[in-house]
Design a protein around this ligand. Structure first.
Ligand code: PMP
Length: 364
């Protein structure tokens, strides 16, 4: 019954729920360590929590369909106009709305090999042809991606930093790429992990919007801002693009609790700073652990890292599960020798590293 593009889709494989794994292993759920979904290990910001609790009082009312307060807070933070912002139910929602607005069955949608899995899915769902461009050193080959643009191309997705590889492009490299993309082709710059980037050498997509009117910058509250469960993402673009996205998105796609928590967390600079510090230290801890075990890994700037555990990656994954540690296999990304682990708190990283050392022995 389903249309052709949808028939060919495979369902998203969610990770094993913590409670279920705990039951299987006879452990308390608090003993399970989940480092599988690039969540913020700090737990929520107190400011976000207070705002979310208060927002529950309005449970019986529809949310503000325009997200006025959140857009106002974002507009102040980034120095953009409110009519440049489109809110989504997580950034996955806006990625899907973008595809539906700007591509169709006659279009090509370009992305990189090893790029975030949602790009091929949203392309396929609308019957567009997904063009996966071979990666270079695990990262996007921006030259090859620009070369792949044809008259059929409507959208190009660039994840910077990319998930699951943690690779990133410098501002200079990205600008060189954007200079090569014709204005009729929209570039979606997915900056889900940009808050973890420190240093002038990295691009801030929002700062590039004036120069590249065909750019759509996509961000989320799920990672450094610690609100993954509440599902809030957004794009910043030209007002003309935002106008189209706003026509197609569901009118109440972000709920009141999410709107209030996201608005509140934007004023919690200390939380963001702590997120960055914990992440930086955690990345180092994990990389040091891999070095000690002699395991190659892809240097990452995200809140996760892909480590090469060899041919028996699925066996290692299963052995980690048996230790109560959940990570993410990335065979579906064409990386069958790697596992992706999210950065946790120091004791979680340590338990993962210990379990990994044991799992490598037991999985051979
Ligand atoms: N983009 C990238 C690169 C991601 O890794 C993710 C989350 N895994 C998302 C977008 C979507 O995040 P969310 O829908 O939670 O905003």
């Amino acid at each position: 019954l389903a249309v052709k593009g949808v028939q060919a889709l495979s369902p998203y494989q969610p990770g094993k729920p913590i409670d279920e794994l705990a039951r299987e292993l006879g452990l308390n759920p608090s003993e399970i360590i989940k480092l599988a979904s690039n969540e913020n290990p700090l737990g929520p910001s107190e400011k976000a929590m207070t705002a979310a609790r208060k927002a529950l009082d309005e449970m019986c009312l529809y949310p503000d369909g325009n997200g006025f307060e959140l857009k106002q807070a974002l507009s102040h933070r980034f120095g953009v106009e409110m009519d440049q912002i489109t809110l989504g139910n997580g950034s996955n929602d806006v990625l899907e709305v973008i595809a539906r607005c700007f591509a169709d069955a006659d279009s090509d949608v370009v992305f990189s090999q090893y790029a975030f899995a949602v790009y091929p899915i949203v392309a396929q769902a609308i019957g567009a042809r997904g063009i996966s461009v071979p990666a270079r050193d695990w990262g996007h080959d921006l030259d090859a991606m620009a070369d792949a643009v044809t008259d059929r191309t409507k959208l190009v997705f660039v994840a910077n930093p990319n998930n699951p590889t943690g690779t990133v492009h410098t501002r200079q490299a990205l600008e060189g790429f954007l200079d090569r993309i014709p204005e009729r082709v929209l570039v979606v710059l997915d900056e889900a992990y940009c808050e973890y980037l420190v240093g002038d050498e990295y691009p801030d997509g929002i700062q590039l919007l004036d120069r590249y009117p065909n750019l759509i910058v996509c961000r989320t509250f799920s990672k450094a801002w610690g609100l993954a469960a509440l599902r809030v993402g957004y794009t910043v673009s030209s007002p003309a693009i935002a106008d189209i996205l706003n026509r197609v998105r569901q009118p109440f796609n972000v709920d009141t609790v999410a709107l209030c928590a996201a608005t509140a967390v934007l004023s919690d600079e200390a939380y963001l700073q702590k997120s960055r510090e914990v992440n930086e230290a955690g990345l180092r801890q994990l990389a040091d652990g891999f070095d000690r075990m002699g395991l190659p890994y892809i240097p990452s700037v995200g809140n996760f890292i892909a480590v090469e555990v060899g041919e028996s990656a699925m066996g290692v994954y299963q052995a980690l599960l048996a230790h109560g540690v959940i990570v993410r296999p990335v065979a579906g990304y064409g990386m069958p020798r790697h596992l992706r682990v999210s950065v946790g708190l120091p004791h979680e990283n340590e338990r993962f590293l210990d379990a990994l050392a044991e799992a490598l022995t037991s999985a051979g």
